[in-house]
Design a protein around this ligand. Structure first.
Ligand code: XIL
Length: 371
């Protein structure tokens, strides 16, 4: 009896060891950065929790899967300059040290963005919007100080983020309202002055939208006509399994035709229903929670997973096809549990938009795109 029991224990321990090493091996062999090393960099956004408190397993995943990283939040202006002339580089320095230890390329996100900017940036001490000259000086100072601090450690910067509306017009942000439409040129000029070696990017969401496509093409031409540097367009790529890949690829081709590189900078592919007709990454949008909008809280169905697998394979075929003009594909997070999509645009949902599950295991499509 006891002997039988011991035998069963031994066999099950051996099986567990075998399964463990097989899955560890599968994880090791299925490396995104290795698979695409001749095509483009493969990246992820990191938050400070992962940087400071990530488990060894999480850190190993970050190290082994990604050749490049970007800060999810800690390099935005509200963090870097919370009070005028008081710069806080603590989090960002720690984030970059981790990347450097991992031998990963760092992208700076982002210099000029109306969102996650501190209120003081646009106002005087009476709470009134500042004048054009003051705004230009504040923008210059922010860009110079931030890029100066990270010089040599950051390969390229999202200089301007989300400046274009769905109708193709320039967003009436405080930068636009105070400075005028030349704020974009000024930002790219200051960025190049601050670090002539850094690559400079324009970054935006919903780039499959034809109006936005046209406006970005116009913007690239305008910068170039003024002798300014722009290296690449960042297509954020907050997508869903129903996104229009034809329009997406058309935008990619239109930007490439203008002589810049393209990058997917914030890729995630939601499987959840939209609360309205328009898929957007406009971070000021939010909708009330409803059960009907959260169908997979106990797990994704096989059908839905298959739909996502299919979409990811199609998407990566497009990336492969244009690989010589694509420099980087960055996911907006590592595991589904990290994703901002769980709370955007509806709080408290369970989404599955990233390459690794909440259990740190690769999604079925990770193997498919590697193959
Ligand atoms: C998001 C972060 O993921 C969230 O943690 C934060 O609360 C809001 O911003 N476009 C961008 C990113 O350029 O910086 C945004 O990141 C997502 C949309």
């Amino acid at each position: 009896m006891v002997k039988d029991f011991m035998l069963v224990r031994l066999v099950s321990v051996l099986l567990m060891l075998f399964a463990g090493s097989a899955s560890a091996k599968a994880q090791q062999t299925a490396s995104l950065k290795e698979a695409f090393k001749n095509d483009f960099l493969i990246g992820t956004a990191l938050n400070m929790w992962q940087v400071r408190h990530g488990s060894e397993q999480t850190k190993e995943l970050i190290r082994s899967q990604f050749s490049t990283v970007v800060a999810e939040n800690c390099m935005k202006s509200e963090v870097l300059q919370p009070v005028e002339n008081v710069f806080n580089f603590k989090d960002a320095d720690e984030f970059i040290s981790l990347a450097e230890n991992n031998g990963q390329v760092v992208t700076g996100h982002c210099l000029v963005w109306h969102s996650q900017a501190p209120a003081w940036f646009f106002h005087n001490d009476k709470g009134v919007l500042v004048d054009r000259q003051t705004m230009i000086e504040r923008m210059r100072k922010h860009i110079y100080t931030v890029m100066g601090h990270f010089k040599g450690r950051v390969k390229g910067w999202d200089v301007v983020n989300e400046a274009i509306e769905f109708d193709g017009s320039l967003r009436k942000s405080n930068f636009y309202n105070i400075i005028g439409e030349d704020y974009i040129r000024l930002a790219f000029q200051f960025a190049h002055e601050a670090d002539p070696d850094a690559e400079l990017y324009y970054n935006d969401y919903s780039m499959d939208n034809p109006n936005k496509r046209e406006a970005v093409v116009k913007l690239i031409r305008d910068l170039k006509a003024h002798g300014l540097r722009i290296d690449a367009v960042g297509m954020q790529s907050h997508l869903s399994t129903t996104s229009n890949l034809k329009e997406y690829e058309e935008s990619m081709e239109a930007f490439i035709k203008e002589g810049v590189k393209v990058m997917a900078t914030e890729l995630d592919v939601s499987v959840l229903p939209f609360p309205n007709h328009q898929m957007t990454a406009e971070i000021s949008t939010n909708f009330e929670y409803q059960e009907a909008l959260n169908p997979y809280k106990k797990g994704i169905t096989e059908e839905k997973q298959a739909e996502q697998n299919d979409f990811m394979v199609k998407l990566f075929k497009i990336y492969k096809k244009h690989a010589k003009d694509i420099t980087r594909i960055t996911f907006w997070g590592v595991t589904d549990g990290d994703s901002w999509k769980n709370d955007f645009p509806v709080p408290g949902r369970t989404d599955y938009p990233l390459p690794f599950g909440r259990d740190l295991k690769p999604k079925p499509w990770v193997y498919l795109i590697i193959k």
